[in-house]
Design a protein around this ligand. Sequence first.
Ligand SMILES: NC(=O)c1ccc[n+]([C@@H]2O[C@H](COP(=O)([O-])OP(=O)(O)OC[C@H]3O[C@@H](n4cnc5c(N)ncnc54)[C@H](OP(=O)(O)O)[C@@H]3O)[C@@H](O)[C@H]2O)c1
Length: 318
Amino acid sequence: MRLYVTGGTGLVGSNIIRLARARGGEIIASQYGPEPEWRVDYELDPLNLADHDAIRASILKYKPDAVIHCAAILDQLFMRANRELCWSIMVDGTRALAEACREVGARLVFVSSDWVFDGQVDLVDETSPPNPVNFYGVMKMASERDLAAMDGLDYGIGRLAGIYGLNYAAPSLARMENGLGFDFSVYVIYRLAAGLPAEVWTGPKVNDVAHPTLASDCADMLLRLAAHDGNGVFHCFGSEAINRIDLAHQIAAAFKADPALIMPTRTDQAVLDEYRHVGIPYRTRMSTERTAHRIGRRAFNVNEGLTKFRAEWDEFWR
Ligand SMILES: NC(=O)c1ccc[n+]([C@@H]2O[C@H](COP(=O)([O-])OP(=O)(O)OC[C@H]3O[C@@H](n4cnc5c(N)ncnc54)[C@H](OP(=O)(O)O)[C@@H]3O)[C@@H](O)[C@H]2O)c1
């Protein structure tokens, strides 16, 4: 399969490229910012998703069989300050990509998010109505709707949640601060390994209960989706929901670190102030049954994911 990946320098995209390379596929990746830090033995094509003509030109140039569209902006404060630009990249850019895919007959896998939901209803599934509480979720929902409304488009919408893992294309980006959850596992691992307390925010403005998802595992789910022939929404995230404190304890167990260093803490006041206008779903518990049935596997549960992550971590830093 000739696979085109957007966001190949990202956490998810780098895992997709790594897995697809190991499986021997032909890969083209769009490149936005700095070059990847790993050895590039696949095609790179510079692309800013705000440039919609360039999106079409790139897809027509490579005529892939499938496109996995990972690229996105995840910084909530940047989104709040730059709504038009982000809409152009995230919503209009996705539509331009979908139109180009339809033109060349490529299947499009659009990477969406559990944050299309508000976190107020348990066990929502692939058919449940979304109700985003922030601009990011609104943009993901708008793209999902756009794709579903396009006649003749071969597409899958792969929703992800709480990604953790190694960004193989940009390991120097591993951030260790306790952000709003995206680098939570890496933060906990580094702190505990150094014998330092790991603060786990439990107050508002954190996605406390979520489905942690190992990046390499959802990469496999998304590659399955690229080879699948069904349209619609797929829940490609970890099959178990857990709160942050329990997750920190499971990370400590997987990495054989001292759980006594895990410190439940109220969310930092500066973050509460900065994010006062940004809605963050507190508890997102969803069903993955339909997707497991449709694509032939469920993603890892927490223990399975962390066990695999430990193996990846040890191999990477050896
Ligand atoms: N991380 C999570 O917990 C999570 C949860 C649910 C859903 N998701 C979704 O999963 C997907 C991948 O997320 P991730 O964690 O891998 O994100 P990430 O590590 O931040 O990667 C984002 C990618 O998008 C690229 N990008 C940003 N702006 C661009 C633009 N204007 N044109 C082209 N490319 C651009 C970035 O390129 P540069 O590196 O060059 O800047 C990077 O490769 C996203 O669609 C995200 O919404 C993530």
